[in-house]
Ligand binder design. Structure first.
Ligand SMILES: Nc1ncnc2c1ncn2[C@@H]1O[C@H](COP(=O)(O)OP(=O)(O)O)[C@@H](O)[C@H]1O
Ligand SMILES: N[C@@H](CCOP(=O)(O)O)C(=O)O
Length: 301
């Protein structure tokens, strides 16, 4: 019987002004062990995972079935043993990781030979925006743009000399709810300012000017002003992290998690200082995942 593991990283999207476009893979993982057998069976091995009554209701199974059907194939039965340290509905891309796990499951079980670009297109159609799924597929930091609701262009930044600290509160905020507070349109002046800030942030990240990148991150016009009131300790986290040397601190994805971008090697020290201020939070020093989604030919947790 065939056995393998699909390992999918977490992600942080937007990075301030890169709304629905910029994202980065992080070293928290959803691992799906796949063991082919006669009947379907799904085991959740992490307290973070949602429990479902039957395998047909499981999000990962549903995505895999949808993809298989799109290509005119049937999924072969298997047992899925799922492990994850990505918290749900916190702004760390759990749904993007689950979507990619489902797409890869169909790819493997139905021998679809999907390219990375195929996976990007399929995942973006399901997720609705490419900013989480692109870095989850490619690793590192990726900028992506959907052209006329069809083709997707992307650019993977060179390795960044940055680590991160994430501040995960003990509350959920669905992406859908956090999108509902955003305006439907922007004035020309606001759109011009917002895209200028975003352009400058990306240019400064590529050139290694992390102080300028951090400043631009914190000047977002697209979403942070509208979401700030949904995020506990929004100002305090920014100020305290800055006092410890963080370049910039922003809402991770749609929140409620916040994330600081810090000098390489400083994450653990800054995380332990911030944990003192945020006793009821999970505060983690995370590094950028450079490899993206992987399929291992053995069973890993
Ligand atoms: N591993 C998983 N298995 C099943 N469903 C998942 C998994 N990860 C995420 N989901 C679904 O995605 C939802 C969270 O998505 P979302 O609100 O976009 O938040 P985020 O992606 O920021 O964690 C969960 O409530 C759950 O329905
Ligand atoms: N660009 C999206 C990103 C959502 O990320 P998530 O991790 O919260 O799902 C948005 O800001 O709505």
């Amino acid at each position: 019987m065939n056995k393998f593991t699909i390992a999918v990283p977490a992600s942080t999207a937007n990075i301030g002004p890169g709304f629905d476009s910029a994202g980065m893979a992080l070293n928290k993982y959803l691992n799906v062990q796949v063991i082919e057998q006669e009947t379907w069976e799904i085991e959740n091995h992490s307290p973070l995972l949602p429990s479902v009554a039957t395998y047909t209701d499981h999000f990962i199974y549903k995505v895999a079935k949808q993809i298989a059907e799109k290509y005119g194939k049937m999924l072969r039965a298997c047992k899925l043993a799922i492990y994850s340290d990505i918290p749900l509905a916190r702004g760390l891309g759990s749904s993007a990781s689950a979507v990619l796990a489902g797409i890869e499951l169909a790819n493997q079980l139905c021998s679809l030979s999907l390219t990375l670009e195929d996976k990007l297109k399929l995942a973006t159609e399901i997720e609705g925006h490419p900013d989480n799924v692109a870095p989850v597929i490619f690793g590192g930091m990726v900028i992506s743009a959907v052209m006329s609701h069809q083709s997707i262009h992307y650019f993977q930044l060179p390795n960044l000399d940055l680590d991160t600290v994430v501040y995960i509160p003990n509350i959920e905020l669905s992406t859908e709810a956090a999108r509902s507070v955003l305006p439907n349109s922007f004035s020309r002046d606001d759109a011009t300012a917002a895209s200028g800030i975003s352009n400058l942030m990306i240019a400064s990240l590529i050139s290694g000017d992390y102080n300028l990148a951090g400043k631009m991150m914190e000047q977002d016009v697209f979403h942070e002003p509208y979401r700030a009131e949904l995020i506990p300790n929004y100002q305090m986290i920014k100020q305290e992290a800055k006092s410890q040397g963080a370049y910039g601190t922003v809402i991770s994805g749609a929140g409620p998690t916040m994330i600081s971008f810090v000098p390489r090697g400083q994450g653990t020290k800054i995380a332990s200082f911030m944990k003192e201020k945020l006793s009821d939070y999970e505060v983690d020093a995370l590094v950028i995942d450079q490899t993206g989604l992987q399929v291992h030919q053995d069973l890993i947790k």
